[in-house]
Design a protein around this ligand. Structure first.
Ligand SMILES: [Cu+2]
Length: 633
């Protein structure tokens, strides 16, 4: 279908300009001319209204479950290396993306301003920038080099809060960017440090060692104070590592292996991406104006966008599929189940989880009897077996995680329940793939690594502080909540802990986490807030030791004779968390204990909450591997 036949409604100059641009792209691609088109003169100025109106009933404009789900591992969707085979040339660009297309809908074609990674080695229209970004597919052990050039000359169209760290009014016309390889054991200069940013016109070369084993990594923007906006606008994609152990497993492959990135978005009444300009003060009153935006505490969208498409649909044969789930949302958690749609009945597919963030499960495949819970940043590698299911049967990928997620709030009105649809179609041939009975050790030694191997225990805190910021008219000040990390102080001699006395540390405070390379440490994450926070450590893969409820005493947390918070004995971690991890859900009122082998590269990097609204407002700390001497316990 030619998009110009179905202009997005309402019609207007804005819309026409976009469609013209897309037509130019298509014509250029057909003529093989894309690489010679001077991109800087094709720019379409963002003409967003000063105050956007959020679309409250998106399903009335966009019929769900009609957009085919793209496969980010399809040949056209892969980032193309240059002639040497391991160098990539990528530009970060303003472009447009079709989120939804359906003849007869009030919005037949939703074509929207986005940020995208453009593949400069791909002359096809597909190379001009996709949402999500094209997929890197690399072999473990072979290093690669990526040049990322910021070409976001049209600026940022989403509301910037200039009161959070790193952000300024300059980001509107000259948005900073830096690309982080999430989950990679990466040399810190190429890790994507939030302060190592580039402005439009500037390139940044990243050297990836790619020593990770077969795993579902991803890449996304990480610019200090505007990460949530850059990622929301489109700067995220898959980074798939392959190895021989994985190839020997005979897992579903080709068309039957599909990475799936779950994101939630809002649109405005014109079809633009909508991101709120309002946050709230400590009393819950809205703060922020279109001219002086304030970051929300979290962002939750009312539209499910999967692999860049609104409420998509995937036709599946009655056979096994390998689905690599990534929660790429800003704040939303997903608790997923594949359930019969529209009152259907009969067999349901079996779901076998084989991998976590950084590789295969330690204990072999696990057949899930419960839902699959994923926090922002987490991945799950699963084999879904649709065999024996009748043609025509439809299944909904259903979510029941509340927002904000507090560890156990399921099934409320604040979930985004509908994610995507599976429809079983006729088989095209036999399924020779397998669910393996055992899985290779992704990181030999990680499973066996024990607490006794650790040189120390760091006791770290997750807190809610209060910060004072200027009112939007500049005439006064207002207090708002600020999520923070910190170090648990020495509390020896106290019986209880009054959380209000803890202040935590800010991004600019001196480094306190200073592990040494090739030493293991236990990190205890004490979550004294009311929400679950996904804590992400850069450049490592760790294992979770356990999650334990903290003992409360008269409304305060009880301390033992050494001043350490007391914990219950029951380990609350899930069995499918036993695998290589780089992001862990730290639940409220619990201590989450992880064992981190810093068998990585020395240098300065970061750890943070992967709720992007938290990360952008101080819930992030520097970490220096191999820096200051360790104080052994
Ligand atoms: Cu958080």
């Amino acid at each position: 279908m030619n998009p110009s036949e179905h202009p997005r409604k309402p019609d207007g100059q804005h819309n026409t300009a976009r469609l013209n641009r897309r037509a130019v792209l298509k014509a250029g691609a057909a003529a093989g001319l894309i690489s010679t088109v001077p991109w800087n003169v094709q720019r379409v100025q963002a003409t967003l209204p000063p105050e956007q109106v959020k679309l409250e009933d998106p399903k009335s404009n966009m019929t769900p479950f009609v957009n085919p789900l793209p496969n980010p591992l399809a040949e056209a969707f892969r980032m193309k290396p240059g002639p040497s085979g391991n160098t990539y040339d990528v530009s970060l660009v303003n472009t447009t993306h079709v989120f939804h297309e359906n003849d007869g809908d009030p919005w037949e074609t939703v074509e929207t301003d986005v940020f995208a990674y453009r593949d400069n080695n791909d002359d096809s229209a597909f190379g001009s920038g996709t949402f999500p970004g094209k997929t890197f597919v690399v072999e473990s052990g072979k290093s690669s080099r990526v040049k990322y050039t910021n070409e976001l000359f049209d600026g940022q169209f989403l509301p910037i809060d200039t009161t959070v760290h790193g952000a300024s009014g300059e980001d509107k016309s000259n948005p900073r960017t830096v690309t982080h390889q999430h989950g990679g054991k990466t040399q810190p200069p190429s890790d994507g440090n939030p302060e190592d940013t580039r402005t439009p016109g500037k390139p940044q070369v990243m050297q990836y060692s790619d020593i990770n084993p077969a795993s579902t990594l991803w890449y996304h923007d990480h610019a200090l104070g505007i990460t949530r906006l850059n990622v929301y606008a489109g700067l995220a994609g898959f980074y798939i590592v392959r190895d021989e152990d994985e190839a020997d497993l005979n897992l579903p492959s080709g068309d039957y292996e599909i990475p799936i990135v779950l994101q939630d978005r809002c649109f405005d009444t014109e079809g633009n991406l909508f991101y709120p300009y309002e946050g709230e003060d400590v009393d819950g009153n809205p703060i922020g104006t279109p001219e002086n935006p304030r970051v929300p505490l979290e962002f939750f969208g009312n539209v499910s966008v999967v692999n860049g498409k609104v409420w998509p649909r995937l036709e599946v044969e009655p056979r096994k599929y390998r689905l690599r789930f990534l929660n790429g949302s800003n704040s939303r958690f997903y608790n997923l189940e594949i359930q019969h749609y529209n009152g259907g009945s009969g067999n349901s597919p079996t779901v076998h989880q084989i991998g976590t963030d950084g590789g295969f499960l330690f204990d072999g495949p696990e057949t899930l009897t419960d839902r699959l819970l994923l926090a922002p940043g987490e991945r799950a590698d699963v084999v879904v077996d649709f065999s024996g299911i009748n043609t025509g049967t439809e299944f909904l990928l259903h979510n029941n995680a509340g927002s904000p997620f507090k560890g156990g709030n399921f099934g409320g009105d604040d979930a985004l329940p509908d994610i995507m649809l599976f429809e079983v179609v006729d088989s095209s041939g036999p399924d020779n793939s397998e669910v393996p009975s055992t899985l290779p050790a992704s990181f030999p030694g990680l499973e066996e690594l024990s607490e006794e191997d650790a040189v120390n225990v760091r006791r770290l805190t997750l807190l809610e502080g209060v910060e004072t910021i200027p009112t939007t008219d500049g005439a006064g000040t207002v207090d708002r909540l600020q999520p923070r990390l910190g170090v648990l102080p020495n509390l020896e001699g106290q019986d209880t802990l009054d959380v209000a006395e803890l202040e935590g540390d800010l991004w600019d405070d001196p480094v306190t986490e200073d592990p040494k390379v090739n030493q293991a440490e236990v990190w205890e994450l004490y979550n004294f807030t009311e929400d679950t926070h996904p804590i992400h450590l850069h450049i490592v893969q760790f294992k979770i030791l356990g999650k334990y409820e903290l003992v409360e005493n008269g409304g305060e947390f009880a301390l033992d004779e050494f001043g350490v918070p007391e914990r219950e004995e029951t380990n609350l971690m899930d069995t499918n968390e036993r695998g290589p991890k780089d992001t862990v859900r730290a639940n409220p009122g619990e201590v989450t204990r992880i064992l981190v082998p810093f068998d990585t590269f020395p240098g300065e990097t970061v750890w943070h909450c992967h709720i992007l609204e938290h990360e952008d407002n101080e819930m992030m700390r520097p970490m220096k591997v191999g820096g200051k001497p360790n104080k052994n316990k």
